[in-house]
Write a protein that binds this ligand. Structure first.
Ligand code: NCD
Length: 307
């Protein structure tokens, strides 16, 4: 039963529960009209303490397309946070007015704290450099829909593997499907954190390797997941400037890739994918953004127990 639950970390839900969400997303994609009233009378709160385009808009569009309504803020200084209110008190209050809340916060663990005090389901929409479970639902629905399966894949993750929360959540989730391998592509300074390498990959005996260049791996990959350097999480601008151009996917590198490799990116892109790649039929990042709305429709419906 997913009704009433929180989603803070991708491992909060089992593989079977993920599958339940994907199946409902399939039904919604097939016949969106049939779902256009299921959340009538329900209210979603969006609490965004950090910038967002896709995540917030897709959640809002999802709720509106289910017949529900949305309130929230995208600028925390317009809320009582600016007066010093705690996350715990904010969510208790928001829980008096709404049925479900989506929170993005620059501090790791903030949505978890909210969930402890919350009378309504809380969804983590990204907490600092930690996790982003609904991006992972998006990524998995995209792969499952376009490739037909989530196992037996060689997955390359490229870019800022240190601060990139989408990468951390995706590795956790994809590790649970059979026979997946990971190639982690990043400069030394932006390698995946120890807890991902030790607690997720090594502990579960999942094959992986670390390389520094796209060219060192691109030919082997079924999926290439690109990410931007997370400028806002750097302590100094000099390091950012030094590292920001260290990996760029372009047409030349795409020539070395398999004919059916999928290029994914959670977006926003800065310069890590050249615009010329957009017309390559293996580029799926905007399709992926669309799946993000459908999977969030399914998630909201499940957590509210309206289906
Ligand atoms: C990602 C995020 O916020 O972590 N964006 C998103 O939700 N699609 C990726 C990023 O900001 O680089």
């Amino acid at each position: 039963m997913l009704k009433g639950r929180h989603l803070i970390d991708p491992m909060d839900f089992t593989v079977e529960e993920f599958d339940e969400i994907f199946k409902l997303a399939d039904e919604i994609i097939e016949n969106p009209e049939a779902f256009s009233e299921v959340c009538r009378g329900k209210l979603l709160a969006t609490l965004f303490y950090e910038p967002s385009t896709r995540t917030r808009f897709s959640f809002e569009a999802a709720m509106l397309r289910l017949g529900g309504k949305v309130i929230g803020f995208s600028e925390p200084n317009s809320s009582s946070t600016a007066k010093g209110e705690s996350i715990a008190d904010t969510i208790r209050t928001v829980g008096c007015y709404t049925d479900i809340a989506v929170m993005r916060h620059p501090k790791e663990g903030a949505p978890k704290v909210a969930s402890i005090y919350s009378p309504i389901p809380v969804i983590n929409a990204g907490d600092g450099g930690h996790q982003h479970p609904t991006q992972t639902l998006t990524d998995l629905l995209t792969i499952r829909s376009l490739r037909g399966n989530l196992s037996n894949l060689t997955i390359g993750l490229c870019g800022d593997l240190k601060f990139g929360r989408t990468v951390h959540s995706l590795i956790k989730a994809m590790s649970r499907y059979e026979n997946n391998k990971f190639i982690l592509i990043s400069p030394k300074e932006l390698k995946a954190p120890d807890y991902i390498i030790k607690e997720v990959l090594e502990k579960n005996h999942i094959p992986y390797k670390e390389v520094e260049k796209i060219e060192d791996a691109v030919g082997e990959l079924d999926i290439l997941y690109m990410t931007r350097v997370q400028r806002e999480r750097f302590f100094n601008e000099e390091d950012y400037i030094r590292l920001k151009d260290s990996f760029i996917l372009n047409g030349e590198k795409m020539k070395q890739a398999k004919k059916d490799m999928m290029v994914l990116h959670p977006l926003p892109r800065v310069n890590e994918i050249a615009y010329e790649v957009d017309k390559d039929e293996r580029a799926f990042y905007f399709t992926q953004a669309k799946y993000g709305m459908y999977v969030r429709m399914a998630l909201i419906a499940k957590l509210l127990g309206v289906r």
